[in-house]
Design a protein around this ligand. Structure first.
Ligand code: SF4
Length: 375
């Protein structure tokens, strides 16, 4: 998901904007699936655990939104990302229905986020036949008591089973997604989680520190809030274990074997254009951003009325766009062009690589502070 954005009047944005791709620039599509079997109490995403009855109607609605965009000249996508929510609550037929409406460039990357308890060889085979090329497996941890503390419905054995099925199902690539910093997770738990995860030989790993999102049950329970120093130790443990296993950091929270970096994420990080479909989905084209209404009910009602599903949007001026581009680039292994940072006092946090400045591992721990020095 793209980060929350400020809001301006919906009237400023055309409901079904045309998306010509700039030649050679990546263009991505995001499809939001706002359904989960159970709500995790740290999660602030636009997702619901009591609306499974809307799923079929919702898929038809998203297909309609896609068809309208295609009729307005939607460019072929180099990457598609099914995020949520729990996209693996979709059947293979529903995934095929949505993908079937999209123009894709040959060899497009098509990622589907999966929760381990929802997939087995049969589902995975169906997704692959439907056109999915990459699985992002939301393992979160390989330690049972940590998974229980996170309120997840799966255990470590289920992750192992799902990851094995993914690896054996013939996808081009896949990612194992982890969270660190849960209350009750010791540094040793985290190291064991990483080691067990790496035994599954994922070509890509995302590891995010648990964050406290306003309005979530976790936010109201300070005793379970993560500790900064503990998270820093766990980040360093992740970097060490993943590097030793041949996965290089290409963004602060993402590691991959060569050739397995997520094309879709790279589109976001390089300020590429992307179009979001579904409720709460965000879009970006050439410095203009907009986002759809948040709830599936409202989204479906607007489609039914033939009205725009766009909630609001904003235009970024050139200065803001440039600064955001640098902030995103700073988080990646490519870093920022020399001269973009006022690097007085940043010794040990950034290093020069040819004509770029790149965060060191210590700098990645303080990336937000370093970003304040961008100019
Ligand atoms: S399964 Fe994922 S999207 Fe759903 S509530 Fe939990 S963290 Fe949020």
């Amino acid at each position: 998901m793209t980060p929350a954005l400020p809001v301006e009047p919906a009237a400023a944005v055309h409901p079904h904007a045309v998306h010509p791709a700039v030649d050679g620039e990546p263009f991505g599509v995001y499809i939001h699936i706002p359904f989960c079997r159970r709500r995790c109490d740290y999660c602030a995403f636009a997702t619901w655990d009591d609306r499974a009855h809307l799923l079929a109607h919702y898929v038809a609605g998203v297909r309609r939104e896609i068809d309208l965009a295609v009729a307005s000249g939607l460019a072929p996508a180099a990457s598609v990302f099914f995020g949520g929510g729990t996209p693996s609550l979709l059947s293979a037929t529903q995934v095929a229905t949505l993908l079937g409406g999209l123009p894709l460039v040959p060899g497009a990357e098509v990622t589907l986020e999966c929760n381990p308890e929802t997939i087995g060889p049969r589902e995975l085979c169906g997704y692959r036949t439907a056109g999915v090329t990459r699985i992002s497996l939301g393992a979160q941890s390989l330690i049972d008591h940590v998974l229980a503390a996170l309120g997840r419905t799966h255990d470590a054995r289920t992750v192992t089973r799902a990851a094995t099925a993914v690896a054996e199902s013939g996808f081009d690539s896949w990612s194992l997604d982890l969270i660190y910093g849960t209350v009750g997770e010791s540094l040793d738990d985290w190291r064991r989680s990483l080691a067990t995860a790496l035994d599954l030989a994922p070509p890509h790993v995302s590891a995010y520190g648990l964050t406290v999102e306003a309005g979530t049950p976790l936010a109201h329970d300070p005793a379970r809030h993560p500790d900064d120093d503990d998270q820093a130790d766990k980040y360093l443990a992740a970097e060490q274990a993943l590097m030793a296993a041949g996965l290089a950091s290409y963004e602060i929270s993402n590691w991959a074997r060569p050739g397995h970096e997520s094309r879709h994420n790279r589109c976001y990080w390089s300020q590429g254009d992307y179009r979001g479909f579904g409720c709460a989905a965000h879009s970006h084209q050439g410095g203009r951003r907009w986002w759809n209404v948040r709830t599936p009910e409202r989204y479906l009602a607007l489609l039914e009325d033939g009205a725009s599903v766009v909630a609001a949007g904003e235009h970024l001026d050139a200065g803001l766009r440039r600064l955001e581009g640098l902030q995103l680039a700073l988080r990646t292994a490519a870093g920022v062009p020399l001269g973009s940072l006022d690097d007085d006092g940043l010794e040990g946090l950034v290093e020069r690589r040819q004509d770029r400045q790149v965060l060191t591992v210590a700098g990645r721990l303080l990336a937000n502070e370093v970003a304040l020095r961008l100019r």
